[in-house]
Structures are given as C-alpha cells and as structure tokens.
Design a protein around this ligand. Structure first.
Ligand code: SF4
Length: 380
C-alpha cells in the first residue's frame, strides 16, 4: 500500500502536474524573487513561479517571447566594472561602504577576504555561513565576502542566491552590496533601475536574515543592515561611485510575497482540472491554461516578468485600466475597463456620487468647453 500523501507532498505533486510531468522545475533566482515585489497582486505569476515553470520558454510557446537578456557587450562591460570595483582586495569598495554607511568605524585599511570556493550551491552556502560566523568572531575588522552564496527558503524549497558582495563591518553588522553598470549622474540614477536593484537587494537581505537567525542559535546575533550600498559608474566614466539605499519597504513587500507563495495551494485549487503549463502543449491549450489564472498586468511588468508581452496584449484587448499603471488604476476606483471609464465620463453609466465618476464628468465637461472655445476662436 503506498504511504499516505502529506500536505507537502500533495502540493509538490500538484505543482509538478501544473509544470508538466516531464518538465524540470526552474529554480527561483534573486531576480525572479525580486520581481514578485514588483507586482505583488499577480496570481498568474505567483502560481507559475511557485510551480517552477520556465516563463521564458512559456512566453516563447505562447508566441510572445520576452525581451529580457543583456547584450554580450553589456555583460562584458558590467563584469569589467565589477572587477574594477573589487580590485586590490576590495579597497575601493570598502572605502565606499565606510564613506556612505559607517563613517564612525575605523577606516578599512586592510580587510579580510575569505575564500568561498566549494562544490555545488549547498557547499558554497555552507562556506559562506562559516565565513560570516568567523567574521563575527573577529570584531574590529572589516571582511569582504566576494560573491557569497545564500539560500532562502521559498515555499519549502531552497532558492540559491548570489549577491555581488556582502561586507561585515567592524561592529559585526552585515551590508549587501549591489554593483550595477547603469550610470549615476550627478549622484542619482534612473529611479526604475534603482528600484529594481533595491528589490533584488531586499531578497539578499531576507536570505542573510535567515543566516543570522541560525547563527543567533549559537550565541551571536548579527545585525543585517537595511540600507544597502549601490555602486555604479560615476557619470559617463568608469569610476565607481555609490549611494546608500534604504530597502525596508522592498524587504517588507518581498517577505509578504514569500508568505503568499506558500499559499499557492489556494490558487492551484481554483484552476480547472488538468490545467498544465508545459510549453510543449499545443498553443491553444497552453493559452487557455495561462488565461485560466487571473493576471494583474501593469506597465512595471515590462521590466520584471517574461510574460509581459502576452499579458499586455490581453490586458489591452480587454480594455483593462491596469495597463495604464497603478496610479491611474487607484484613481479610477471601481471602474475597471476603459469602456466603463468612457461611459462614466459621458454620463451614460456610473454612480454620480462616486468621486471617480464625478471627477471624470467634470474633466469631460472642461474638455468639451475647451474644445468649444477653441472652435469659436478658429471658426470665421
Ligand atoms: S507579466 Fe503577466 S504574469 Fe507577469 S507579473 Fe505581469 S501580469 Fe503577472
């Protein structure tokens, strides 16, 4: 007699069915986890990520390939910049951490850079945890962990994450460092890119907090700083500059999303029997499966999710106001489609006591008056 299925194994089995029995699960990386925080309300993304579906392959199979991926030139340039930032034992990087985050500490004349090489992600994760523990046992020194490996528990499975660097301060606290190749002009960078970097760093901070919690069982309780260091090229040069970024908000949103991911069972239960996202399925069947999960498309999806082109087309075809952006969506209250909005503005539908409807009618009146005035001026 087969052993009784526990809730965990039943869920794993259900997710494997959704992915396709022959399809290996795609592990979640920091970018994917960070993107959860970019669009927290999307059930489609939650179930696809939870089931380990390869969304790039899915988007290709749906006929709406994603536009993600860096050019070889950008990758080479990014790697060269990172090498420059970390040259000489990370001297410049540590100088920036000291200048931007910890001026009260002793300047980092010399730092410890432990060797983190090990076999496989599990080995590297253990090596990183050991290096962090040892760094905590040597107060008063700076330690630079170059490409450490962290594990974050996601819906019961570990996701392995590799930040650019983690710095241990002389007081034993830890800082995540993100090195990006987009420029910082006059001290500020593109807010959308900074936001994406902050969401990614928030994932690393959560993973570090898990390490810190484990270390605290052995007596030490390291503090994971919630201001990270973002290092970018200064203006149009190749010289590094940096800015401290507060990631508390992104950390809170991502933590909430991770809790929701553990509830993907609820979303799975709402799907029709036999739903499967295997990219090898016929296009019509695959499209029906994807469309059976509600999505919340927003313009932010374009830089955060592989299914963006597919969802944008559907959202536009349905006239959904979410495709106009979150701010407009929030202003429109209960009006969820462009047709509803136009009907409300023209007075053919909508509750006049609804503030959104009243504002739309006022705007439509003003527009008509302005156009009427213009016609009066231009007509002979
Ligand atoms: S692109 Fe689609 S699936 Fe991805 S987050 Fe946006 S709405 Fe959700």
């Amino acid at each position: 007699m087969p052993p009784p299925r526990t809730r965990g194994t039943a869920l794993r089995q259900r997710l494997a069915e959704l992915r396709g029995p022959e399809v290996p699960a795609k592990a979640l990386d920091a970018r994917a986890l960070a993107a959860l925080a970019a669009n927290p309300g999307c059930r489609r993304r939650a179930i696809l990520d939870g089931a380990g579906v390869n969304k790039t392959a899915l988007a290709d199979a749906l006929g709406a390939p994603s536009a993600f991926g860096q050019s070889q030139f950008a990758l080479t340039r990014g790697n060269a910049f990172e090498a420059k930032v970390k040259a000489d034992g990370g001297a410049e990087l540590l100088r920036l951490v000291h200048a931007k985050l910890d001026r009260a500490a002793e300047p980092p004349e010399r730092a410890h850079v432990p060797d983190l090489t090990a076999t496989g992600p599990e080995g590297r994760t253990a090596r990183t945890a050991l290096a962090l523990r040892k760094a905590g046992e040597a107060p008063g020194t700076w330690t630079l962990l170059d490409h450490p490996m962290l594990a974050l528990d996601v819906a019961g499975s570990p996701a392995f994450l590799e930040p650019d660097a983690v710095v241990v301060h002389p007081d034993g606290s830890w800082t995540v460092v993100e090195i990006k190749s987009f420029p910082m002009l006059d001290g500020s960078a593109d807010p959308a890119k900074v936001g994406a970097a902050a969401r990614q760093a928030a994932v690393y901070v959560l993973a570090l907090e898990e390490v810190a919690a484990r270390l605290s069982e052995h007596g030490t309780a390291p503090r994971v700083r919630h201001r990270i260091l973002l290092v970018c090229p200064k203006d149009f040069s190749n010289q590094p500059t940096a800015s401290a970024v507060d990631i508390r908000k992104q950390r809170a949103v991502t933590a909430r999303q991770l809790v929701r991911l553990t509830r993907i069972e609820e979303i799975a239960d709402t799907l029709p029997e036999g739903t499967c996202f295997d990219p090898a399925l016929p296009s019509a069947e695959l499209t029906a499966a994807v469309e059976s999960v509600p999505a919340t498309y927003t313009p932010e999806c374009m830089s955060a999710c592989e299914l963006a082109f597919h969802c944008r087309d559907r959202s536009r075809a349905a006239g959904a106001v979410t495709s106009l952006g979150r701010a407009i969506r929030a202003d429109l209250g209960a009006l969820s489609t462009v047709d509803d909005v136009l009907a409300a503005a023209h007075g053919t539908a909508g509750d006049p006591t609804d503030p959104a409807v009243a504002a739309l009618r006022r705007a439509a009146r003003l527009r008509a008056e302005a156009l009427g005035a213009r016609e009066a001026v231009t007509c002979p």
